[in-house]
Design a protein around this ligand. Structure first.
Ligand code: RIB
Length: 304
């Protein structure tokens, strides 16, 4: 069965500098390498889901500039459907300067440009695709009024939703209540809990307002924790050599969407997502490092 996924989200051109260690405020350090690549959480998720075999429609906005070409190249190469992407003449494509240190950790600034001009009409234009989807995935690098609008549209058709609350600053209660699956990392969980929390389970549970809602907290090298009302368990990670963690969360969300859409049990879908994210961090780049299905299946079927 082919999973049908609609991703509403961002595209950014990633401007990535690799260095031994990050600079401190006011300090200059030497970089070792620079690369430009396709990024943006939404587009990364769309590309990763397509590489996992899903039928993917992406809804977003880019500028009419050279950075947008990076988007069209990767979408067309990976078969991401892009008829609901608008090329906006008035603003620049989103860009993301990224620093990656020798441990593979990253720091990212997003300048969202065209992503902030996504409109309700862009969602309305794709209502038929949303109605036919198994899962709608949305993050928070777009015009934030569109996040609940997209979630409500999916709900209208009984389509399940994943809200990846990234970045988490100012996330609305409404969006959190609307989503079926919430996938914060630890920093986002802290932000959603007002800046601090005692433990992951109670912090994740504090976000859930419905019995049928699920939080899956990504914990990096510790794996991922599933939290539902009355239930919590850790899904262990796959051990790999980390090169660059950029895009790992996006690949995780894509694989979770694909796994759930293919009717995997939740724990299996999270294990599948852990396998995909593990492979992603072994390569540099964001969308470029999303793994293909056969490699994810091999790791997923191996012993942890
Ligand atoms: O999650 C990684 C992504 O965050 C990067 O590709 C960057 O564009 C930012 O959106």
């Amino acid at each position: 069965m082919t999973a049908k996924i609609v991703v509403v989200g961002s595209f950014n051109a990633d401007l990535v500098s690799y260095m031994e260690r990050m600079p401190r405020p006011g300090e200059t350090v030497h970089g070792e390498r620079f690369a430009t690549g396709a990024g943006g959480k939404g587009s990364n998720q769309a590309v990763a889901a397509a590489r996992l075999g899903a039928d993917v429609t992406f809804i977003g906005r880019v500028g009419n500039d050279v950075f947008a070409n990076l988007a069209y190249e990767i979408w067309d190469a990976e078969g991401v459907k892009r008829e609901f992407v608008t090329r906006d003449d008035e603003v620049a494509t989103g860009v993301a300067p990224i620093l990656v240190d020798s441990s593979g950790e990253n720091m990212i600034v997003v300048v969202l440009g065209a992503n902030l001009r996504l409109r309700e009409s862009d969602i309305d234009a794709a209502r038929a695709q949303i109605a036919a989807a198994d899962m709608l995935v949305v993050q928070r690098e777009i015009n934030l009024e569109i996040v609940p609008y997209a979630l409500r549209t999916a709900k209208e058709f009984g389509v399940k939703t994943i809200l990846n609350p990234a970045p988490a600053d100012g996330a609305s209660r409404e969006s959190i209540q609307l989503a079926d699956y919430l996938t914060p990392n630890e920093i986002e969980l802290e932000t959603l809990n007002g800046g601090e929390y005692d433990d992951v389970v109670s912090a994740a549970r504090a976000l859930l307002t419905r019995d049928d809602q699920t939080a899956v907290v990504t914990l990096g090298a510790q794996g991922a924790r599933i939290v539902r009302p009355g239930e919590s368990h850790l899904v262990p990670p796959f051990a790999v050599d980390v090169v660059d963690t950029t895009g790992a969360g996006d690949t995780f969300n894509a694989a979770l969407a694909v796994g759930l859409s293919e009717s995997k049990a939740l724990g299996d879908a999270v294990r599948f997502a852990n396998a995909a994210a593990a492979l992603c961090v072994t390569k540099p780049g964001a969308a470029d490092s999303a793994p293909y299905r056969a490699d994810v299946d091999n790791l997923y079927r191996s012993a942890t």
